[in-house]
Design a protein around this ligand. Structure first.
Ligand code: 1CP
Length: 351
């Protein structure tokens, strides 16, 4: 691979500069993304068209000097394939026609065949791998079982997660049944992505931080641990680095590291240096610039990049990223300032 800095940093091998990619690097802040989505018809049509999904995956790499590509898809494709009926409305967000709210609905759920109902995702992976031609690694991903369950039970985006948290306290066994089948589905889905050619995996536990610490250890973490184990025991799985990202989970970093993951994604509320001091070098850290700092002028963005790099100190085993996805109204030129500053300010040795 021409540029394997991202994989090297995940493994704790020496790198010439800190690698960088951006959560939601393909998406609405890019005018070329909006044009391709219009060409596809809708967001879901875009996900289901391998050529166009490949095109939007590559768009940010043409603009910015990024060290990894991420598969263009969505975490909600898995519950959609489980029969929940996903739709996405502009300004409203994702919606499920058939949310899961009782035992009958949980019992009816099956594990989708990744090369069946989700074949369009695997076709996108194969198309992107060919197009990347060993230039940079491709990251595959899925939602964590808990995060997927929030959408499946609530029926869409939620402010307070009332229904799914009520289920956790009223019917914990039912929620565990749901999380179990979702974990099986995600495990199969990620193994298939590895077989189709992704170089690394990321699990997005976007709403894990909404749980109390005991509930996090009961309803989110064990299911992510199961997924790490499933992936690691599959062919090629042991050599595929897995990053776990629990938004708001910095205080649980020790427990997350104990899953056997290769890297922990941190949001901007955690100090990379402090987490590194607590955990040592045994795990890579990803993050964690505040996505809103990209509203600032270029000089302020460079200062913020320098501060994140200074926080982690020697810069070993670090993948630079935002602490959450890039926002839709960010100026792409500001993203370029960040990416270039990461490489320039972290350059080690001859450069
Ligand atoms: O209008 C549009 O074009 C749709 C917007 C959009 C996009 C660009 C959605 C709907 N999903 C995506 C792509 C996407 N989603 C990617 C690939 C692109 C990339 O990263 O470059 C990835 C990795 C995701 C993952 C995702 N989807 C997460 C986890 C990451 C995170 O940001 O926390 C979550 C929670 C979702 C659900 C989802 N899908 C779409 C939206 C708007 C949302 C969030 C809804 C909410 O806030 O609850």
């Amino acid at each position: 691979m021409k540029n394997d800095g991202y994989l090297r940093a995940l493994r704790g091998e020496p790198v010439e500069r800190t690698p960088v990619w951006i959560m939601r690097q393909a998406g609405r802040y890019l005018p070329e993304y909006r044009a391709t989505r219009a060409e596809a018809g809708s967001f879901l049509d875009l996900c289901q068209n391998a050529e166009l999904a490949c095109e939007v995956t590559l768009q940010p790499l043409r603009r910015f000097d990024l060290d990894a590509a991420i598969l263009f898809s969505d975490i909600l494709t898995v519950p959609d394939a489980m029969g929940l009926g996903l739709s996405l409305e502009e300004g409203v967000g994702p919606r499920f026609a058939r949310p899961v709210r009782d035992a009958a609905a949980v019992t009816a759920l099956g594990v989708p065949d990744p090369e069946g109902e989700l074949r369009y995702v695997m076709d996108a992976v194969r198309t992107i791998v060919r197009a990347l031609d060993d230039s940079v690694p491709l990251i595959g991903f899925a939602g964590s079982p808990w995060t997927l369950a929030t959408y499946m039970v609530e029926g869409g985006t939620s402010r307070d997660f009332r229904r799914v948290k009520a289920m956790a306290y009223e019917q914990p066994a039912l929620l565990h049944d749901l999380l179990g089948v979702v974990a099986d589905a995600v495990g199969e889905y990620l193994k298939a992505q590895v077989a189709a050619g992704v170089d690394a995996l990321m699990v997005f536990d976007t709403w894990g931080g909404a749980l109390g610490w005991r509930a996090y250890r009961e309803f989110s973490l064990p299911y992510m641990a199961r997924i790490v184990e499933t992936v690691k025991s599959a062919p090629n799985g042991s050599s595929t680095p897995v990053t776990l990202f629990t938004k708001g989970g910095g205080q649980w970093a020790e427990a997350i590291a104990a899953t056997g993951c290769d890297a922990i994604g941190l949001d901007w509320t955690a100090s990379l240096g402090e987490v590194r001091a607590r955990l040592g070098e045994g795990v890579a850290l990803q993050g964690n610039m505040d996505p809103m700092s990209l509203y600032g002028p270029p000089a302020a963005i460079r200062r913020e990049v320098a501060a994140v790099l200074a926080d982690i100190g020697d810069g070993g085993r670090h993948v630079f990223n935002l602490g959450h996805g890039v926002l839709p109204d960010i100026d792409p030129d500001h993203v370029a300032v960040m990416v270039d500053a990461v490489h320039e300010l972290s350059a080690r040795g001859a450069s």
